[in-house]
Design a protein around this ligand. Structure first.
Ligand code: ADP
Ligand code: MG
Length: 559
């Protein structure tokens, strides 16, 4: 039996592919710029092995030119160019990547920076163009060629004129339709924004002709419009720079430029990891809570770059919920991207990076707590609640990561203290870590229940946040010391003489107590003589695990 070839409606297939791979049209520019950068990288590699070629960096650049009248957008590069055969194989066959082959043929172990691998990015340009012309001259060739296509109907290749080695990709931008506008891809400002967003750290200059107003030379206060060639991208990403060469201000500027927040970050962490997975990251601990932070709208995540090209705005998988306040970016060469470069194919590397990052954040916060306490307190006032929610939400599963970062107001120190600090001050005979719950420090100060514990000379942690006591219940203990509410029935120490006295009072006033209980109806379980009042006449105490304060919170929750 003869094997038959599949027939494919290639036009539809191409359309389907393009439109299902990419969610945003604007990424076509990222793809074409990445191809141009790859083409220049190939020259760089050729120069390493070919004697007659030296790589002079000023000769290598990418240029973007928009022509509104003719509705064309041209992406030019001075890279390696394409022969007729290259055009047939790499642009003529969908899903054939010359760049991927180049990496393999030349055994570029580190892959260096070559971005291409799937052989589809080029066609994304059809999302915005109804015709693409490619004029190219390959390195080492005398003849230039023109490849042209209006989509999947096919393409033509003919001889062309071109002086220098490299490639011009000329997009004939579509006319606006009722649903979609394409004019924006001819606007200088819009193009700059897209380049900045995705391709800011491409290592070669991306140039554009920019119209600016310049003061006239001969007349005062008069301006004229001049066109200047400007480099749009920053080229060297700050995260690839040496930490020692960077100042605090550089990091703050980066935070601001990236719009991570409008505050000044309290701390930055710059990571250059070289271990099981290679990546660079810059992370920031903000000072202020974003306005939507404690709402459902807030979306956690870090920017994710692959080889300097932005892949994802907010990669949530890189941060645990309890560190959702962290801002910043990660760049790695080791990510396995899927075809659209939007999502990740396998997340093993990503998981490794996430774990690594989590530990770095934890130790950054710990050292901040130790060495920059004022800043840490600022941080804690903004995001401490999130840490406590973290302990509670994960049923204490992540308490190892969080418990040493918690602070509570101390009756003794009159300020926020950590659990470790509390335990280190505990007298030998003290069994429990005591806490008292209330709306505010002032209110708790006046609670009758705190008196006895305080009199004993023991420190009390004040829980003024709804979530505090719930979080502590999940922790259960800290350094093997259990937590105990000052309103609990068993405080873990003998109330000395009070004990007998209370018993005597109990008998003496039996009738009175019974009457009081009756008067209060079902509101209290029992009225009895207290062993722990000193200067206050009466107090409420709870039986069992749920304290009065927790009950209040639970009752206030919507069912
Ligand atoms: P990928 O970049 O993933 O390989 P593309 O569809 O973007 O896939 O490009 C297909 C191939 O076309 C590239 O691998 C490369 O060989 C070739 N190519 C595309 N653009 C250029 C260019 N500007 N200069 C030289 N070769 C190019
Ligand atoms: Mg590509």
């Amino acid at each position: 039996m003869a094997t038959k070839q599949f027939q494919a409606e290639s036009k539809r297939l191409l359309e389907m592919m393009i439109n299902s791979i990419y969610t945003q049209k604007e990424i076509f520019l990222r793809e074409l710029i990445s191809n141009a950068s790859d083409a220049i990288d190939k020259m760089y590699y050729k120069a390493l092995v070919e004697d007659q070629l030296t790589f002079q960096s000023e000769d290598y650049f990418i240029k973007i030119t928009a022509d509104k009248e003719n509705r064309t957008l041209t992406i030019s590069d001075t890279g390696i160019g394409m022969t007729q055969e290259d055009l047939e194989n790499n642009l003529g066959i969908i899903a054939n990547s010359g760049s991927f082959a180049f990496k393999n043929e030349n055994e570029l172990k580190d892959g260096h920076n070559i971005i291409g691998q799937f052989g589809v990015g080029f066609y994304s340009a059809f999302m915005v163009a109804d015709k693409i012309s490619v004029i190219t001259k390959a390195w080492g060739s005398e003849q230039a060629y023109k490849w042209e296509s209006e989509g999947a109907d096919g393409y033509t290749i003919e001889l062309a004129e071109k002086d220098s080695v490299g490639t011009d990709i000329i997009l004939h931008i579509r006319e606006n339709t009722e649903e979609d506008t394409y004019d924006e891809y001819l606007e200088e400002y819009r193009l700059r924004t897209i380049i900045k967003k995705y391709s800011d750290f491409i290592r070669y200059p991306i140039k554009m002709d920019v119209k600016t107003q310049k003061p006239k030379e001969d007349a005062e206060n008069e301006f004229e419009e001049v066109t200047e060639e400007q480099t749009v991208n920053s080229m060297v990403p700050i995260w690839r720079k040496n930490k020692n060469e960077l100042t605090n201000e550089d990091y703050e500027n980066f935070y601001f430029e990236k719009r991570y927040g409008f505050d000044k970050p309290l701390k930055h962490v710059h990571i250059s990891a070289d271990g099981a997975v290679v990546y660079n990251a810059i992370l920031f601990i903000p000072e202020k809570t974003p306005f939507d932070y404690y709402t459902k709208e807030y979306e956690k995540g870090l920017e994710l770059y692959s080889n300097g090209v932005l892949i994802m705005d907010k990669c949530g998988d890189l941060l645990p919920d309890y560190f959702s306040f962290v801002k910043g970016m990660v760049d790695s060469e080791d990510l396995s991207l899927n075809i659209s470069r939007e999502l990740l194919q396998h997340d093993r590397q990503l998981k490794l990076i996430a774990k690594n990052i989590k530990n770095k954040i934890k130790s950054a916060l710990q050292s901040m707590m130790k060495d920059e306490r004022d800043n840490y307190v600022k941080f804690y006032e903004s995001f401490g609640r999130q840490l406590k929610f973290g302990v509670y939400n994960d049923y204490g599963m992540n308490k190892g990561d969080i418990q040493d970062l918690l602070l509570f107001y101390s009756s003794k120190e009159k300020k926020l203290v950590s659990l470790a600090e509390y335990v280190s001050r505990m007298p030998e005979d003290q069994k429990y870590i005591y806490y008292a719950t209330g709306e505010s420090v002032e209110r708790i100060d006046r609670l009758p229940q705190t008196e006895l514990v305080a009199d004993k000379g023991y420190e009390i942690l004040y829980f003024t946040d709804d979530v505090d006591e719930f979080a502590i219940k999940m922790l259960q203990n800290y350094q093997e010391k259990e937590f105990r509410s000052v309103s609990s029935g068993d405080l873990g120490f003998e109330a000395d003489a009070n004990e007998q006295e209370a018993e005597a009072k109990e008998n003496e006033n039996k009738e009175l107590f019974e009457q009081m209980q009756e008067l209060l109806g079902g509101k209290v379980k029992k009225v009895k003589a207290s062993k722990r009042l000193k200067s206050h006449p009466v107090c409420l105490s709870a039986d069992g695990e749920i304290t009065i304060e927790m009950e209040k919170v639970l009752n206030a929750m919507p069912n």
